[in-house]
Design a protein around this ligand. Structure first.
Ligand code: UGA
Length: 476
């Protein structure tokens, strides 16, 4: 139920039923949102301060890898409903509803979120908009930010509180960005007036008409939903990875454990995939910023477990290096390691806080000769870690390797033939950092095979067959 006072109902004429939309910030979130809103039939103006990004988008090129988005961008541009600009005056004049989708990276000197871009975007719009309009925050922010921004907007806006603010958190996953935007699990509207709720409803009409669940809340709850969801997902991943640590100490098998747990419908198998753990531009920084904000609010203890979640996650990276070192004979100096994967997850070229690259870097620092191959992320990885060697193909990356390490579970790696890879390497030794490979097939081909949270020695053939038959898909 809405919690605001609804004593003044807006007249229908105050709601723009088919609002013109601006999207500020054209990164993963903003570009996808702008393109999808145009696909849904709205007139959309995408805005960014980065001239190169805008030039690329205008020319029909998505400046990052996201399956299917390129085709949708071209279709949206062709429809005439989508355009891009760097001009905030144009944006202020154009939009009825303005979505702010700029980044909130981790601050350089603390665990807090850096709100510079969010504040700048709200201020740039608020000082320029001269008619009733709605500003909608989509960026992930510390609780209390929307309330602060409401005051800032009222102060700097020529129309004062006529310019309203709402919060509408975004839950899209990279790799599934279009699907998650067009068919979200739910919509959350953090609003302070009936007008804001109805105007936002008009902007999401096609998605709401699809039967998408809508939760209308106050601003703080809407902000909290996002960080609470990401914290829960991170905790679930670290939970199974903590169990992997216990498995390593006991000879138990975390893959079978996860499978058995996943059959309990109260637990479920999603985000219960053990391995190298979580990375990317969201989960790691969001749990840190949340813990930091909770501390500021005097409830740090309530989410103290998030520090443990972070630590478990980081230990998986170190443990993966340990496994690779063990397979390499106890010393990495001068050993050639073929690293498969650099992106923080498959179907993405994003290397922000990527576990794979972190492992590659640690191997390099111990003196290994590291050759990395990722189907999409080589260029970004090279920019982040120019000291590592990069290959244009999986085959080249593993040639003459003392150990192969699979660190991001792209299909290309899952589908590789153990015999074909075996013909290229110096020694048939592989660490599967993502539980993505068929251990029996590799071992049958003479590979020494190690994975986090699994016994070093093969189980009996009979047990292996039983387990495979019972294994449901543990999808992310
Ligand atoms: C995450 C959330 O899933 C989205 O709902 C949210 O909108 C987004 O952050 C955001 O805040 O913008 P994303 O960062 O794209 O999305 O990636 P995820 O699919 O959540 O994967 C995160 C990491 O967890 C990856 O490194 C992945 O390899 C790892 N993971 C995932 C596991 O290690 N095990 C699993 O079972 C699932």
């Amino acid at each position: 139920m809405p919690t605001y006072e609804t004593n003044i109902r807006p007249t229908p004429s105050q709601i723009v039923e088919h609002p013109r939309i601006t999207v500020i910030g054209t990164g993963y979130l903003g570009a996808t949102h702008a393109i999808c809103m145009a696909v849904l039939g709205f007139d959309v103006l995408g805005v960014d301060v980065d001239e190169r990004k805008i030039a690329a988008l205008r020319a029909g090129t998505v400046p990052f890898f996201e399956p299917g988005l390129q085709e949708q961008l071209v279709a949206a541009l062709d429809s005439g409903r989508l355009s891009f600009t760097t001009d905030f005056d144009q944006a202020a004049q154009f939009g009825d509803v303005h979505f702010v989708c700029v980044g909130t990276p981790q601050a350089k000197d603390s665990a807090a979120a850096d709100l510079t871009f969010v504040v700048a975007a709200f201020e740039a719009l608020a000082t320029r908009i001269t008619r009733k309009a709605l500003l909608v925050g989509k960026s992930t922010v510390p609780i209390g930010t929307a309330a602060r921004l409401t005051e800032l907007v009222a102060e700097v806006s020529p129309i004062g509180r006529e310019l309203e603010l709402a919060w509408n958190p975004e839950f899209l996953r990279e790799g599934f960005a279009i699907e998650d935007t067009l068919h979200p699990d739910r919509l959350v509207f953090g609003v302070e007036s009936a007008w804001a709720e109805q105007q936002l409803g008009a902007a999401f009409r096609p998605i709401l008409d699809d039967g998408t669940p809508l939760i209308v809340s106050d601003l703080a709850t809407a902000e909290l939903v996002k960080v609470a969801a990401n914290s829960f997902l991170a905790t679930k991943i670290s939970y199974i990875n903590a169990m992997a640590e216990v498995c390593e100490a006991t000879g138990a098998d975390v893959n079978l454990l996860a499978t058995a747990l996943s059959h309990d419908s109260r637990i479920g198998g999603r985000f219960l995939k053990p391995g190298l753990g979580f990375g990317g531009g969201c989960l790691p920084k969001d749990i840190r910023a949340f813990a930091h904000r909770a501390q500021e609010l005097g409830v740090g203890q309530a989410v103290a477990f998030l520090h443990e979640v972070d630590d478990i996650n980081n230990r998986r990276r170190v443990r993966t290096v340990d496994l690779i070192r063990e397979l390499a004979g106890g010393d990495l100096a001068g050993k050639r390691i073929g690293v498969l994967g650099a992106a923080f997850k498959p179907n993405s070229d994003d290397v922000r806080d990527a576990p794979a690259l972190d492992v590659a870097r640690m191997l390099y620092l111990e003196g290994a000769v590291v050759r990395v191959y990722d189907p999409e992320a080589n260029a970004n990885a090279h920019r982040a870690y120019p000291d590592l060697e990069y290959s244009d193909s999986m085959n080249h990356a593993v040639t003459d390797a003392d150990v192969v390490a699979l660190l991001t579970e792209w299909d290309e790696f899952r589908e590789a033939e153990p015999a074909a890879l075996g013909a290229l390497v110096k020694a048939r030794r592989i660490v599967d950092g993502r539980h993505a490979l068929d251990v029996d097939a590799y071992r049958a081909d003479g590979w020494e095979f190690r994975a986090l949270g699994r016994p070093a020695q093969p189980r009996t053939a009979a047990l292996a067959v039983d387990a495979r038959d019972e294994r449901p898909a543990l999808s992310a």
